[in-house]
Each structure stands twice: as structure tokens, then as C-alpha cells.
Write a protein that binds this ligand. Structure first.
Ligand code: WQD
Length: 318
């Protein structure tokens, strides 16, 4: 009963490996270390430094470690970069997944957990998004996640592969300094970076039709996200599901509310600087979480202040 975690040396993958171990589920990591780091992987977890495109090496890894299920997180995930380099994103995320699915089939593995993203919804019409909404991704990154969702559903139909797809909302926090998010692309890391450098965090637009004029998102702690993978792994072990779940708190916070949480946690009062809207940002959305609560028995435990506090505790300080 071994789980192969692709991207297990990454930010979310490292937390997933830790959660699997805490739950007593053996794990093996497959990671090309392009952005991942071995420091995130416990010493007793085997690491296969393999590119997803290498079919033979992936298949050998599945067979050598008698893998029974795969948790697939390895992907390129910078939305802006995906706009500049769409074909690269399709090659890495879609092409890499095609190779993995083929290797999974050849190895006779029957359980797959796919990491997806709220970006598959694009700019939703409603504030709270349910899993059955039509997928209208805006960025090439979101498109590749959508295509991967279709691929796994088609593989389920054709080959009886059991799968769970998890659509993460805005993931924040860290269980430890080693596991922290080192890519500074999202609101909380960008704000922490700014205040560490004595600058004011930027607010991308304060004229949205929301309660304080700034965009609303569903922020969820990476430790909760990791636990959702354990719950999904158990569902996969129990049968052959074909299920898609939102992973969020079901509660939206504005950018200004997140910055206020950062002030509370750090004890600083640095304020913020409002700049132009960032093109392509949806105004407001958060996850409907009834389905994951009902079917996986999973619910987020950590509050906004908890996740910001964990991100700050893991933030490198002089
Ligand atoms: C959150 C809010 C910004 C930075 C993206 C991807 C999504 C997922 C998570 C990958 C927005 C505002 C941000 C700043 C700001 N990615 N903001 N000042 O865009 O909701 O989601 O990351 O797996 O697919 O689309 O996240 O953290 O960039 O922005 O005001 O310095 O904070 O405008 O409203 P986003 P984000």
C-alpha cells in the first residue's frame, strides 16, 4: 500500500508527504527537482529524481516500489508564465500527465489523486462555486489543469481507473520552515516579502464591487490541504471513485482583510499601497465545501490568522 507522490519535493507535495506519513501511509516521491527541494522530503522517504516525460523511469519507479496509488502534483503553476509560454505549459502539464497515465496503466495501478485548481472555474458568475459548474479557465495554466481533469475522467471511463480530483483554492501557510513556499508569487508571500524589506504591500485594485473594494478569495491552510489528500487516499483505497472536490474553507476574505491579518500576526502596521487592478483577476469567488465535507468528512481546521501566522513563522528572518 504505497503512494507515489509526484512533485513531493514541492511546497504542497512536501506537506502531502508529511500528512501521509503522519497517517501511517507509506510514500515515495517522484520529482525532477526543477523547483522542488530535497530538504522538504524526510530522509526515510525514497526519492526518484525523474522527469515525468521519462516513461521507462516512471514505470520502473512504480514497479520497483510496488506502488498502489499515485498522487499527482508535479506541474508548472505560475499563471503569468503560462501566458508567456503556453506551449511549454501544455508540454509539461498535459504531456507529462499523459506519460504518467500510460505508466500507471502499464503498471496496473488503479488509484489516482489529481491535484487541480480553482483556476479551472475562470471568472465564475457566482460567489460560491460548486464542483458541477462548467469549466471556463482563463489562463493557459488553468487550461492545462482542465485538460488533465478531462484526461483522468476519460481514463476512468476507459480503464476503470479510480480517481479523485482536488481543486485547491488559495493555499497559504507552512507546517515548518523546511516546507515553506519559496516561490513568491501569491498575496501572502508577496506581502511578507514587502514588509520584511520595509515596503508597503501592494493592493491590486480597490474599486471592485465588494465590501471594501478589494478582491475576495478563499484562503486555505496548506496543512488542511494536505489532510484532504489523506482523506481522498482513503476513499481511493475503499473503492473506485470518480470524484471531484473543492478544497477551501468556504469563506471569502478580501485582500485588505488578509493584510489586516498579517498586521495582527506580525504586530506591525505597515499599511498598504493601492495600485492598478491586475489584469484577469476575478472579483470574488470562494469554494462550496458541502461536497467534500459530506463525502470525505474533511473540513478545514485552520483560520486565516492561523495560516498567516504559520507563513510568518516559516518566513526567513535575519
Ligand atoms: C490573491 C488576491 C490579487 C498580490 C492564483 C492562481 C490560482 C492558484 C493560486 C496555482 C488577488 C491580490 C495579490 C499582491 C494583491 N495558483 N493581490 N497584491 O490570483 O487568486 O490565484 O494563485 O496553483 O490558480 O490564479 O492568487 O495570491 O496571486 O492573489 O492585491 O501583491 O490578492 O489581485 O485578488 P490568485 P494571488
Amino acid at each position: 500500500m504505497t503512494w507515489l507522490v509526484t512533485g513531493g519535493a514541492g511546497y504542497i507535495g512536501g506537506h502531502v508527504v508529511a500528512a501521509l506519513r503522519a497517517a501511517g501511509l507509506p510514500a515515495v516521491v517522484l520529482d525532477d527537482l526543477s523547483t522542488g527541494s530535497l530538504a522538504r522530503v524526510p530522509a526515510d522517504v525514497p526519492v526518484l529524481t525523474v522527469a515525468l516525460h521519462d516513461f521507462d523511469a516512471v514505470l520502473a519507479g512504480l514497479r520497483d516500489h510496488e506502488v498502489t496509488g499515485v498522487i499527482h502534483l508535479a506541474a508548472k503553476k505560475a499563471v503569468g508564465e503560462s501566458v508567456e509560454r503556453p506551449l511549454y505549459y501544455y508540454r509539461e502539464n498535459v504531456g507529462g500527465f499523459e506519460v504518467l497515465l500510460r505508466a500507471i496503466r502499464s503498471a496496473g495501478v488503479s488509484r489516482l489523486l489529481l491535484s487541480s485548481s480553482a483556476s479551472v472555474y475562470g471568472n465564475p458568475d457566482q460567489d460560491q462555486v460548486t464542483e458541477d459548474l462548467p469549466l471556463r479557465p482563463l489562463s493557459p495554466y488553468g487550461q492545462t489543469k482542465t485538460v488533465c481533469e478531462w484526461m483522468v475522467a476519460a481514463a476512468h471511463q476507459a480503464y476503470e481507473l479510480g480517481y479523485v480530483t482536488l481543486r485547491y483554492f488559495n493555499v497559504v501557510g507552512a507546517a515548518s520552515r523546511e516546507l515553506a513556499d519559496t516561490g513568491v508569487f501569491n498575496l501572502v508571500p508577496l506581502a511578507l516579502q514587502a514588509i520584511s524589506a520595509g515596503r508597503q504591500p501592494l493592493v491590486f485594485g480597490a474599486d471592485y464591487p465588494t465590501r471594501d473594494g478589494t478582491c475576495i478569495r478563499d484562503y486555505v491552510d496548506v496543512r488542511d490541504v494536505a489532510d484532504a489528500h489523506v482523506a481522498a487516499a482513503r476513499l481511493l483505497d475503499a473503492g473506485k471513485p470518480a470524484a471531484v472536490y473543492n478544497v477551501g474553507r468556504g469563506e471569502g476574505f478580501t485582500v485588505k482583510e488578509v493584510l489586516a491579518a498579517i498586521d495582527r500576526v506580525t504586530g506591525m502596521d505597515v499599511g498598504y499601497q493601492v495600485v492598478d487592478r491586475r489584469p484577469g483577476d476575478p472579483t470574488s469567488y470562494c469554494a462550496a465545501v458541502d461536497k467534500i465535507e459530506r463525502e470525505l468528512g474533511w473540513t478545514a481546521r485552520y483560520t486565516l490568522d492561523d495560516m498567516v501566522a504559520s507563513a510568518w513563522a516559516a518566513w526567513p528572518k535575519p
